[in-house]
Write a protein that binds this ligand. Structure first.
Ligand SMILES: [Zn+2]
Length: 139
C-alpha cells in the first residue's frame, strides 16, 4: 500500500497499516513456529493458489491464512477499528479486501482444499492455537 494512503489516519492506525502486506508478521511467525513444532511441513505465500495463502500444508491439502484483524475486518474484534478520517475510503477498501478473502476461500474449498483462518489476536495464545490446529488440520 502506498504510504500516502495511510498518511491521514491516526498514528495508531497508520502504524498498524504500515505492516499490511508485509511478510513475516509476528502472528505469521508464531503460527509457523507452532506448526513446525507440531511436526507439520509447509510452504509459504503460495502464489498459484487463490488468495495466496500465507501457509500451505500441501500434504494435508490445507491452506492457512493469518489475517490482521484491522485490515481483514475481524468481526467483533477490538482491533478491527475504523479510521476516524476518510471513513468512506476505508470502508470501501476494507469491503474489497473482505470480498477478495471470501472469494479466495470459496475457490479453495470448491477445489477441495481445507482452509483455516487464524486472526492475529488468536495467534497470541499458544495453547488454544495448538488445540485448534490439531483439531482442524486433517489427519
Ligand atoms: Zn481479532
Amino acid at each position: 500500500m502506498p504510504l500516502n494512503e495511510s498518511a491521514e489516519v491516526s498514528v495508531k492506525h497508520s502504524d498498524r497499516m504500515r505492516r499490511v502486506g508485509q511478510k513475516n508478521t509476528a502472528p505469521e511467525v508464531a503460527v509457523r513456529r507452532l506448526l513446525y513444532t507440531l511436526g507439520y511441513r509447509f510452504r509459504l505465500n503460495v502464489a498459484y493458489l487463490p488468495g495466496r495463502p500465507d501457509i500451505v500444508l500441501t500434504a494435508k491439502k490445507t491452506a492457512i491464512f493469518v489475517h490482521g484483524c484491522l485490515w481483514h475486518r475481524h468481526f467483533r474484534c477490538a482491533r478491527a477499528t475504523m479510521p476516524k478520517v476518510n471513513v468512506q475510503f476505508w470502508q470501501e477498501k476494507f469491503s474489497r479486501t473482505k470480498q477478495r478473502d471470501d472469494a479466495a476461500i470459496r475457490q479453495l474449498e470448491s477445489a477441495g482444499w481445507k482452509t483455516i483462518v487464524i486472526w492475529e489476536c488468536e495467534a497470541t495464545t499458544e495453547g488454544e492455537l495448538t488445540t485448534r490446529l490439531l483439531r482442524e488440520i486433517p489427519e
